[in-house]
Design a protein around this ligand. Sequence first.
Ligand SMILES: [Zn+2]
Length: 408
Amino acid sequence: MPVTPARLEYDLKTIAKATATPGEGASRPTFSAAWAQAVEYVVGQARACGCQVRIDAGGNVHLRSAATATPVWLSGSHLDSVPHGGDFDGVLGVLAPLEVLRAAHEDDTDLPLELVIFAEEEGTTFGLGMLGSQAWTGRVDAQRLGCLRNESGRSYLESGAAYGVAPSRLEEDRLKAGDYRGFIELHIEQGPGLWKDGQPLALVTAINGRRQYNVALGGVANHAGATSMGDRRDALAGAAETIAAVEALPARLGPQAVATVGRIECQPNAVNVIASHVTFTIDLRAPRDEQLEQGDRELKRQLAAIAERRGLTLALEASEQLAATALDPAVCERLNAAAEAIGCTLPATASGALHDAAIVAPHVPTAMLFVASRDGISHNPAEFSRLEDIVLATRVLYGAVAGEGAAP
Ligand SMILES: [Zn+2]
């Protein structure tokens, strides 16, 4: 099983060079030249070991040996990045199965493995994450893809047309569950847990669900000097109280729940005017759906109470709902067995971040493997994972795909 560290290291360096911001981290917006350069490199490597390329109508790239009959294992992740991101997020999950395909090819072994490169995972290019996998699994349709636009105003369908996106084929090209034995996604942890504990890898047994909201609070703009404190309807002070309530919410939901207000806009945004209108976002995540339900109920109750007490108007719109995902016990067991066979034990964890695995999991038995990230830093040029940990994860993936016994 010649998983070759030097080859993986070369891959990492080559893909790191495919960026719109050289020297300032990975910037690979989906369907950009830098993104296409990274995809082409991986396709070239896979072709060189006998793989054929298929691009589904959602724009995801599939690579597998022509000789392999279905059902196969599916493994992959994404090559798009946030602006000024790191060199490991998503990339590892593509390179590990690529290396497994190359190693098997050298061994003259025909492994039942298909590599997938999902398009637009990050959501920073078209404003919605995991778009490629959502298109492939039918969670978003052509109409929605036509409405989502990048910075230059071009829709996912327009920008993706040159890269295989084909709205007329979306329905027929959807994921067929029977084609796959299971899906395994490798990813950096994006948290400090493994690095702190000196563990190279972990098995992900659940992915946190997510609810996102757009909130608008309306008050009355008025003179900051002449309006007494009792006579104000201050939308920004109401937002501040709401944000503090959002921050306090996760403690009542459970240890892995988190809530964030990451964006806020204020009008008229002037030093001497009471704010009349504030919009902001809420992002709530938890490993179990009942925690998300409870969080949703509490948010609605608290926001309504704050708005009423302050005489503000409130509009609360749920912009996204993704259920928490329990990953497949049989695929998890297979990864555990593959790790044990090479003397490695996998601690179990839940993923706080969403991944394509969460989108594929309702259709195909799915599991994830985390690789330690230095200090838990991601979406940042300082993102780093050790080569030896990446190699270990690749060997576990190889073992899981090649493993004897009944497929889960
Ligand atoms: Zn990622």
